[in-house]
Design a protein around this ligand. Structure first.
Ligand code: NAP
Ligand code: GCO
Length: 266
């Protein structure tokens, strides 16, 4: 099989951060089905245990670590443990993320910093921890989970948009700095995905009607619907595989066409 057509992840070690459920879980499961050994982390033991139980129920042999990805010491320790217990990380997915939906002038500087810390500083911290071994091994794949907010703004998400816009540029910079070491760093920009993070935007109103944001997003998406986390898995496997070795510094938007569309006319 030539590398150009090799979508297999057989024998690779993949670390997906914040992958007990949601998008991270879907991507890690797809990697396992494509042959990779899966390692994930979450901030609390309780979520790691839940994640382990879900992987097991799906027939996936995953290894889970408790790690707050904003804490550089914890991240360095986790990466050392993974290298000793599983092997050198071939694929990193920076997935862990948070959002705070607060109008900008009501947001405290501390709240702003918390979002930047998880959504931008942490991908830097985790990438920094895995890159040296990738360089020694002669290859590596880093995939940063970006957002529509890497390109667009909207009311209440100033910190998130600043972080995800920054993550797009961190992606391009890792590509620029480590491309010569055969490391490819790309981003996936999901559209609106039905996960716990977006559940408040889909909640039914007291009178049983649809949330206005739910209707707004369906009108902004050519497909007319929310996307499922599993719809990100094909692109995520591609960007982790040898088939994408010439794709570097790219953000692959998996958004059902949102960025191409002006929105439904009234
Ligand atoms: P989610 O359901 O809220 O899952 C996020 C995961 O990150 C959770 O497991 C969470 O753990 C973990 N996490 C948060 N802070 C952490 C930390 N400091 N250290 C380690 N783990 C941490 O979110 P999702 O919707 O699957 O989103 C995953 C990624 O995709 C995020 O980066 C998000 O911004 C991005 N994204 C989501 C959408 C969407 O529409 N859903 C669209 C575009 C991009 P706890 O639950 O324990 O806090
Ligand atoms: C919001 C949403 C978004 C999505 C996603 C879009 O409040 O607008 O939570 O930010 O989560 O990142 O791509």
């Amino acid at each position: 099989m030539s590398d150009y057509l090799n979508f297999s992840l057989e024998g690779k070690v993949a670390l997906v951060t914040g992958a007990s459920y949601g998008i991270g879980y879907a991507i890690a499961s797809a990697y396992a089905k494509s042959g990779a050994k899966i390692v994930f982390c979450d901030i609390k033991q309780e979520f790691v245990d839940k994640g382990l139980a879900s992987y097991k129920a799906d027939g996936i042999d995953a290894k889970g670590y408790v790690c707050d990805v904003t804490n550089e010491e914890m991240v360095q320790d986790m990466v050392k443990k993974i290298e000793a217990e599983v092997g050198v990380i071939d694929i990193l997915v920076n997935n862990a993320g948070i959002i705070k939906r607060i109008p900008m002038c009501d947001m405290t500087a501390d709240e702003f910093r918390q979002v930047i810390d998880v959504d931008l500083n942490a991908p830097f911290i985790v990438a920094k921890a895995v890159i040296p071994s990738m360089v020694k091994k002669g290859h590596g794949k880093i995939i940063n989970i970006c957002s529509m907010m890497s390109e667009l703004g909207r009311e209440t998400v100033s910190a998130y948009a600043a972080a995800k816009g920054g993550l797009k540029m961190l992606t391009r910079n890792i590509c620029s700095e480590y491309g010569a070491d055969n490391i490819q760093c790309n981003g996936i920009g999901p559209g609106y995905i039905a996960t716990p993070q977006t559940a408040p935007l889909r909640e039914k109103q007291a009178d049983g009607s649809r949330h206005p944001f739910d209707q707004f997003i369906c009108g902004r998406t050519p497909a007319g619907r929310w996307l499922q986390a599993e719809e990100l898995t094909g692109p995520a496997v591609f960007l982790a595989s040898d088939a994408s070795n010439a794709v570097n510094g790219h953000i692959l938007y998996v958004d059902g066409g949102i960025l191409a569309y002006i929105g439904k006319q009234p």
